[in-house]
Ligand binder design. Structure first.
Ligand code: MSP
Length: 475
């Protein structure tokens, strides 16, 4: 097994640029950001990679509709994606674009290894292709002759293509899942993949002919590399594969790759097989989360309901959005998003819960006129075992419940002891442990509510503590 290392490398899917970020994309990215921040607080050298998947046919079609060249279009859209993650406070270390020169260089290096291994061959492909999925679909998967996900009629494609010998890796993949039960999580997804690999694994076409967009196929100029084959390699090129060996070796293999349940075949079967072929180490774990609906409806352009996360952030603050996304739904399962519920949670848990507690304690501290010499807690001292265990198990809801139990118990201490009746030294004595606990809470809140955590940490520093305006004004 791998030696213990002090690094933590986590990835999100790279998103297609023909769409703007919606709440679903935000969900994957914030989850990764929580884990990145958590591991950083544990003292790990943590790296979060995000980016955009630009070599898809969808990019050139969308560019055409927008009246731009594809280059102009992908540039404009990827900037918007990056700005969104900045506005949402995502602490990414690199934003990889698959049209960048670094990425292409890494893709070519990777391709060379796979080709040398004898895993690429030329064959003829006849199949039904869904542009929405950027993937072939089987007749069996269609519902009323339409792709069940995108409700689009697939096109029949017949062409000479290059193939990757995916089926060659069937036994190795099954052994991987068998020997490392944690490799794919949650368990339901692991079973789905085992079934797929056991019963449906076939070689996969990795080139397309007659396209004017995409990375040129290294050994045949009539072809372009199939977008998924190039996109997956972003997890390597994003940390320097092909251009900066030192950084690459420092961070690869990834500790965790977060994906949505729609793209697990690519990540849990194709991707490890590609890495085996290239002779590179495999990621430690792939976690697939569920899907959000909005008021019970699938999110999508066609349904016109793709809520803009930036607008929500402007209205409620990004901490509130993060809080809602991860208390509302158990990470892994499906869930429904509603702004009404977001507002309810905001008012009950943030405005009344945390906001009220911190305002009360700060006011009492000011009234006491006291000076508080406070302890500096490390992250480990501030956090409980239960909290850490929850995050290690990717049970974000559980970790937030641990924090909110503490918040409620602090509130109860104030009420039960009727602190407002105390004065001077007596009040100061009663307040000190409460303030220490708020400081601890502010430390373990950081992965989830980074802005709030910082604000509380700087407010409750002592020795003088002033009154605090409500940190979450009621909505
Ligand atoms: N470009 C590929 C991924 C390549 S990774 C090497 C892609 N892009 S995408 O823009 O379609 O994003 C898909 C991902 O967005 C999902 O896997 C999931 O992480 C996230 N989500 C998209 N819609 C979502 C919901 N409705 N709910 C939750 N997550 C969703 O696929």
């Amino acid at each position: 097994m791998r030696a213990m290392s002090n690094k933590y490398y986590i990835t999100t899917p790279i998103y297609y640029v023909n769409d703007l970020p919606h709440i679903g994309h935000t969900y994957s990215t914030v989850a990764a950001d929580i884990l990145k921040r958590y591991h950083k607080l544990l003292g790990k050298d943590s790296f979060l990679l995000v980016g955009t998947d630009e070599n898809s046919q969808k990019s050139s079609e969308a560019a055409g509709r927008a009246g731009l060249t594809t280059e102009e279009y992908v540039q404009e859209m990827s900037t918007k994606w990056e700005q969104t993650w900045q506005k949402l406070g995502i602490s990414y270390n690199n934003f990889i674009r698959t049209t960048s020169e670094e990425h292409k260089k890494g893709v070519y290096d990777f391709f060379t290894l796979v080709e040398k291994k004898g895993d690429i061959y030329k064959g003829e492909y006849i199949g039904l292709y869904c542009k929405g999925c950027e993937a072939f679909v089987t007749e069996k998967e269609l519902v009323d002759n339409l792709c069940p996900i995108h409700k689009l009629p697939p096109e029949e494609i017949k062409e000479e293509n290059y193939f990757f010998r995916l089926s060659k890796y069937k036994e190795d993949l099954l052994k991987l899942y068998q020997d490392n039960p944690e490799f794919i999580q949650p368990e339901s997804r692991r079973r789905e993949i085992i079934n797929y690999v056991q019963n449906h694994l076939e070689d996969i076409s990795i080139s397309r002919q007659g396209m004017d967009w995409g990375i040129p196929f290294p050994t045949d100029e009539k072809h372009r590399i199939y977008v998924w084959f190039d996109a997956l390699i972003n997890y390597l090129t994003g940390i320097g594969y092909g251009t900066d060996d030192k950084t690459f070796e420092e961070y690869w293999p990834a500790n965790l790759q977060i994906v949505g349940k729609d793209i697990i075949k690519f990540h849990c079967a194709l991707w490890p097989a590609m890495l085996m072929s290239a002779g590179l180490p495999l990621p430690e774990k792939i976690f697939a989360h569920g899907f959000f609906t909005i008021n019970g409806q699938k999110i999508g352009k066609s349904t016109g309901n793709s809520i803009d996360p930036v607008r929500l952030t402007e209205e409620y603050g990004f901490d509130a959005l993060r809080y809602y996304l991860f208390t509302e739904i158990k990470f892994g399962g499906d869930g429904d998003f509603s702004e009404e519920k977001l507002r309810e949670k905001y008012n009950s848990d943030l405005a009344n819960g945390l906001g009220n507690l911190t305002a009360r304690v700060a006011k009492l501290a000011e009234n006491s006129g006291g000076e508080f010499q406070l302890t500096q807690h490390t992250f480990n001292e501030a956090s409980t075992e239960e909290y850490q265990q929850c995050i290690e198990n990717l049970d974000f809801q559980g970790a937030l419940q641990v924090i909110w139990q503490i918040i409620r118990s602090l509130d109860k201490t104030i009420s039960d002891n009727e602190l407002w009746k105390f004065k001077d030294e007596e009040l100061i004595t009663q307040l000190r442990p409460l303030i220490e606990d708020i400081r601890k809470v502010s430390i373990i809140l950081e992965p989830f509510l980074p802005d709030t955590a910082k604000l509380l940490q700087s407010h409750f520093t002592g020795p003088k503590i002033n009154a605090l305006n409500p940190i979450f004004p009621r909505k």
